[in-house]
Design a protein around this ligand. Structure first.
Ligand code: CP
Ligand code: NVA
Length: 311
């Protein structure tokens, strides 16, 4: 497939066409195979990735850094508090300057507009490493993990339970691009962003995907092949934590709830997990949990992405 990614940005999974998503999933498969064969071809030798983080990260930071290292390039961690951004230098000026030093940027931000501004003023590719709106690298790795385990997106039901947040937004865009069935169950008032629902549904019409938004967690998990959750309190929402744990209780993935799904329903979580809140130990540590492979797949998927954008 000849697709030109060079110089592009990835701010939302909806920026990609269905063919581009499928190409990245295939790339992840190949890079994973290479990894297990012990091959680390230095295809990004001499390239530098700048990594701006306004919020903490374990998986995203380490998987991008290791990916660059294994591809022969290097990564620079740029904590937002250590940059002149902290003292009022604008995002636009930061983007203009960093574009003259590094070959691509990833940015984890509170407000999505920050990564949009960065992309607007940078002259190099910019990748959203999580914003309050979306988490496209997570969404792509999730699709890859589902495809790896199930072999297809057709005729399987993926259920997401919990908060209508950045992670489910990317999952919705992703499923809409590849043509699967995603049932999202949230409490009233915590549904995914209405604009994301409309955009995902518009894409879903083209691929015959089905995106359902419901409130009943028990009905949502019935017949599910995959059950996915994320934290109830995202970074930046800490003040709402006590209220949220009360409201989201019926959406906890525990043995009682998973008993309503297919007996082999896979359990996914983007991590970090708040054990005892959105998921119980018995489920996350249980035989159907694929959360560690899901986390590993961030590395393989991001290699595919970096090579497409930077080579
Ligand atoms: N899933 C994810 O993005 O994890 P980190 O916050 O650790 O990067
Ligand atoms: N929704 C979570 C995802 C963390 C990877 C957050 O934004 O904090």
């Amino acid at each position: 497939m000849a697709i030109n990614f060079k110089g592009r940005c990835l701010l939302s999974l909806n920026d990609l066409s269905s063919d581009e998503v499928l190409l990245l999933l295939e790339g992840a498969r190949v890079w994973k195979q290479q990894f297990y064969a012990g091959n680390k071809p230095p295809v990004l030798k001499g390239k530098t990735l700048g990594m701006i983080f306004q919020k903490p990260s374990t998986r995203t930071r380490v998987s991008f850094e290791v990916a660059m290292h294994q591809l022969g390039g290097q990564a620079l961690y740029l904590g937002a508090n250590d940059l002149q951004l902290k003292r009022g230098e604008t995002i636009a000026d930061t983007a203009r300057v960093l574009s003259r030093y590094v070959d691509a940027l990833i940015a984890r931000v509170y407000a999505h507009q920050d990564v949009v501004d960065l992309a607007q003023y940078a002259t190099i590719p910019v990748i959203n490493a999580l914003s309050d709106y979306s988490h496209p690298c997570q969404g792509l790795a999730d699709l890859f993990t589902i495809l790896e385990k199930k072999g297809t997106f057709k005729d399987i039901k993926i259920t997401y339970l919990g908060d209508g947040n950045n992670v489910v937004h990317s999952l919705m865009f992703g499923i809409a691009k590849v043509g699967g069935y995603l049932c999202v169950a949230t409490p009233k008032g915590y549904e995914p962003n209405a604009q994301v629902v409309a955009l995902a549904n518009a894409e879903a019409q083209k691929t015959k995907a089905r995106i359902e938004i419901v409130t009943d967690p028990i009905k949502a998990v019935r017949e599910a092949d995959v059950i996915y959750t994320d934290v109830w309190t995202s970074m930046g929402q800490e003040a709402e934590h006590d209220q949220r744990i009360q409201i989201f209780k019926p959406y906890q993935i525990n043995a009682q709830l998973t008993a309503q799904a297919k007996s082999d329903a896979l359990i996914m979580h983007c991590l970090p997990a708040h054990r005892g809140e959105e998921i119980t130990d018995e489920v996350i540590d249980g035989p159907n949990s694929i959360v560690w492979e899901q986390a590993e797949n961030r590395l393989h998927l991001q290699k595919a992405l970096l090579v497409q954008l930077m080579r």
